[in-house]
Design a protein around this ligand. Structure first.
Ligand code: AMP
Length: 304
């Protein structure tokens, strides 16, 4: 089934205890669409870049079968730029620079051939733009997943709360769940957040896995214990892309499929962190993914 992904397409400069990168390609829609493309063969993106973005970088999307008709290229303008530095534990980071550039005035234009999308991922972007995207679709998709971050909670909370009323699934990390709900306990936080609109809530906990909340049910998935985490940037977006990509592949939305979807999302995120930027997730095979998912299943399956 078709999947529309909207989000930042960016240049990132990343510093981790393992090294530093100059400007490399990043952005929420980049990670999410590459990840989703391994599951769904009809992925379309809506985003914006400046003319500093190279043809070969756009080619990388098309090489993965991703439709880029909705990627606007603004002449004479600069792409969104984000820079972050990870602490030694790799679980937390400081944002050093956020230059919105073309994203500051982004108007999400939905090409006509995108209108029939059945699955929608609203990747990390201004909540107002996420809301506009929903409003511009003539038919509501079967499933709308929204990803966001503390940056938008800090500067656009009212818009975010309005947008949350319109979506089915929210994915955020533990710190953000605490900020959004004002609760330290993630169980209490989940109840408050589910009251804000989404029917499902996924709380990502970095190296501690992820939790899926729905009504009074909860499901937990581990993260794969990795000897080397090189660069966690984009892990959340890669997770979201794998999650919705898997659901778009199976086509039916229910709690059981969501449980499988968060395993696939976690498996994709575990690849992402193994190299800088999109390096690893650009070059995966279906065999790599199947073997990684098997490791996840073995990691936490037991009988009593
Ligand atoms: P994650 O590590 O999953 O939180 O995602 C990191 C990606 O999000 C990077 O590639 C950034 O380019 C992108 N990003 C960082 N800040 C923002 C923002 N305020 N809006 C949209 N995308 C962002």
């Amino acid at each position: 089934m078709s999947l529309l992904i909207i989000g930042s397409v960016a240049f990132d400069a990343i510093e981790t205890p393992f090294g530093k990168t100059d400007k490399i390609v990043g952005g929420a829609a980049t990670y999410a669409s590459l990840s989703a493309s391994y599951f769904c063969d009809d992925v379309k993106i809506v985003g914006v870049v400046g003319d500093d973005f190279h043809k070969e970088d756009i080619q990388e999307f098309t090489n993965h079968g991703i439709d880029v008709d909705g990627l606007q290229i603004k002449k004479g303008e600069k792409s969104f730029f984000w820079s972050g530095k990870y602490h030694n534990d790799m679980n937390s980071r400081d944002t050093l620079i956020t230059e919105l550039n073309v994203l500051g005035t982004f108007d999400p234009i939905i090409p006509e051939n995108y209108q029939d999308c059945e699955f929608l991922l609203l990747g990390n972007l201004a909540p107002q733009v996420q809301q506009t995207t929903i409003g511009r679709l003539t038919k509501r998709p079967k499933l709308i997943v929204l990803d966001t971050m503390n940056f938008w909670m800090d500067i656009a909370l009212t818009d975010l709360l309005e947008t949350l009323k319109l979506v089915d699934v929210l994915t955020i990390n533990d710190e953000e769940a605490r900020q959004l709900s004002g609760e330290y306990s993630l169980v209490k936080a989940s109840k408050k957040i589910l009251d804000m609109g989404p029917k499902y809530l996924i709380i990502k906990k970095g190296e501690h896995g992820a939790l899926l909340f729905h009504e009074d049910k909860v499901f937990s998935t581990p993260a794969l214990p990795l000897a080397e985490v090189f660069d966690p940037t984009g892990a959340g977006d890669t997770f979201a892309g794998g999650f919705i990509g898997y659901l778009a592949k199976v086509g039916t939305v229910n709690f059981n499929n969501m449980k499988n979807a968060i395993i696939f999302g976690s498996a994709m995120a575990s690849f992402c962190v193994e190299k800088f930027g999109t390096e690893k997730i650009k070059n995966l095979s279906q065999e790599d993914i199947a073997a990684r998912v098997k490791q996840f299943v073995e990691l936490s399956s037991f009988t009593i």
